[in-house]
Design a protein around this ligand. Structure first.
Ligand code: AMP
Length: 152
């Protein structure tokens, strides 16, 4: 099946919500959100829900290495990746996997036509949905096998 980003978002436990901060949020507060919710990224938005950047745990590690002890007091703007690659609800999950693999990142904000944040998908979400698909297929095959008349 050619699953869309919309389908994937609808299947997520946390629904279509994405946790957000602003560029002025402190790095400490962003780290608290990542830890508290056990997630790997927060979306950085401004003027409501316009996507300005993304901050992931990878950026925090780089920040500690490059900026030292003061990193927690900086603002998210100093560490985020600005203008991230985004996807749309109508995109296929296959296209997103391709982007993530070639560009080597694990998160993708989902935006609408006016660049407003709708949600986020991670490589973990994709893996989970692919596993469920595979399990469903296996169940279908097993059920079908049950209907095969035995040869006498
Ligand atoms: P990740 O593998 O998602 O933890 O991210 C690795 C690096 O890529 C970090 O510097 C992120 O800020 C950056 N990154 C993550 N997702 C995106 C994206 N969709 N577009 C651009 N950069 C991203």
């Amino acid at each position: 099946m050619n699953m869309s980003v919309r389908d994937l978002l609808q299947g997520k436990t946390a629904g279509t919500s994405a946790l957000t901060v602003t560029p002025e949020t402190t790095v400490f507060e962003a780290a608290r959100i990542l830890m508290h919710h056990r997630i790997g990224s927060v979306m950085v938005v401004e003027r409501g829900r316009t996507v300005a950047g993304i901050l992931t745990e990878r950026d925090l590690v780089r920040g500690v290495f490059e900026k030292g002890n003061q990193v927690a007091t900086l603002t998210v703007r100093a560490l985020m990746t600005a203008d991230p690659v985004v996807c749309h609800e109508d995109d296929t999950v296959t296209k997103v996997i391709h982007e993530m693999t070639t560009r080597r990142f694990r998160h993708m904000p989902v935006v609408d036509k006016t660049d407003q944040l709708i949600g986020v998908i991670s490589i973990g979400d994709i893996l989970k949905s692919r596993m469920e698909e595979a399990e469903n297929k296996a169940d279908d095959l097993e059920a079908m096998a049950g209907f095969v008349p035995e040869r006498s």
